[in-house]
Design a protein. Sequence first.
Length: 86
Amino acid sequence: MNKSATIQTRIDPKVKNQAQKILDKLNISMSEAISIFLTQVSLHKGIPFEIKIPNKLTEETLRKSEKGENLHEVSDVKQLFEELEN
């Protein structure tokens, strides 16, 4: 397949850097990752994952977790399930 098409896009540098760190660990270039994404869009005939606006509770929970608020730690999965059952 001839890979000669070029795409230019603007992206938040912080998002790009975070993604680059993950891709480096996966040994995938940014170009390869974008190609994978676009291939999946083509195969699925749409975005290959669900995109939706979170409800108020989910939005608030995400905001708090990003700030480190109301987090609960457990030592292992067994403890997690025990606490969920109670």
